[in-house]
Every structure is written in structure tokens, then in C-alpha cells.
Design a protein around this ligand. Structure first.
Ligand code: FES
Length: 110
């Protein structure tokens, strides 16, 4: 489901921005005219990718905890092989509004 993330004017160039959508923490990154969205929890040990650093030239974000690097485009871990990828979401920019396809997380009924 396409969810509103933020206004594009709220995203500074190559500065990760944390947003919360559907109870999920999403990190939004803008490089030039392109916007990327990833799950903010690092797939390694759940480090905060929103506190990571962005390399605009390589389109990568580096996790602040163990320095693994992830592609902004597909979430693949580019610093190490056989590591899980960061989850990414398809982004659409409509005017000033940034949307992403964020699946609703399934909850357990107990
Ligand atoms: S928690 Fe992100 S690299 Fe380890």
C-alpha cells in the first residue's frame, strides 16, 4: 500500500531521515532527484540505519554500528558477501510528496 512518507523539502541531500509509517521505522534518503526508502533497522544486528552515513557517489548507506554498507537502490550489502540485504521500498514522488509501498505488518492475534 502506498503510504505518505514526508515532503521532499523535508529531506536534506544525502542526510538520512527517519519516518514512522504503519508502525514501522523507515529511513528516507534523497540523492539529487532520486529518493530511496529502506527499513531503518539494519539486517545485521538491528543498528539504526537512520543514524548512518550516506555516500552519494556510490548510493550507499553505512550502518553506524559495524560499518556494513548497503545499496540505497536494492538494499544489498556491498561491504561483505553473504550478508542479508536491507529491506527497501519502492518510492514515488508526486509533486512535493514522497510515498512508498509499505506493506502492512502482520500482527499475531493472541
Ligand atoms: S548492526 Fe548494522 S552492521 Fe551490524
Amino acid at each position: 500500500m502506498s503510504e505518505f512518507l514526508c515532503k521532499i523539502t523535508e529531506i536534506s541531500e544525502a542526510e538520512p531521515k527517519l519516518v514512522r509509517v504503519q508502525g514501522q521505522r523507515i529511513v528516507v534518503v534523497r540523492v539529487g532527484a532520486s529518493v530511496y526508502a529502506l527499513e531503518a533497522s539494519c539486517p545485521h544486528y538491528a543498528g539504526p540505519l537512520n543514524e548512518g552515513s550516506v555516500c552519494a557517489d556510490r548510493l550507499e548507506i553505512t550502518c553506524p554500528w559495524h560499518r556494513f554498507r548497503f545499496s540505497l537502490r536494492d538494499g544489498s550489502c556491498v561491504a561483505a558477501t553473504k550478508r542479508p540485504a536491507a529491506k527497501t521500498f519502492a518510492v514515488v514522488v508526486n509533486g512535493d510528496d514522497v510515498f512508498a509501498d509499505i506493506p502492512v505488518k502482520e500482527t499475531e492475534d493472541r
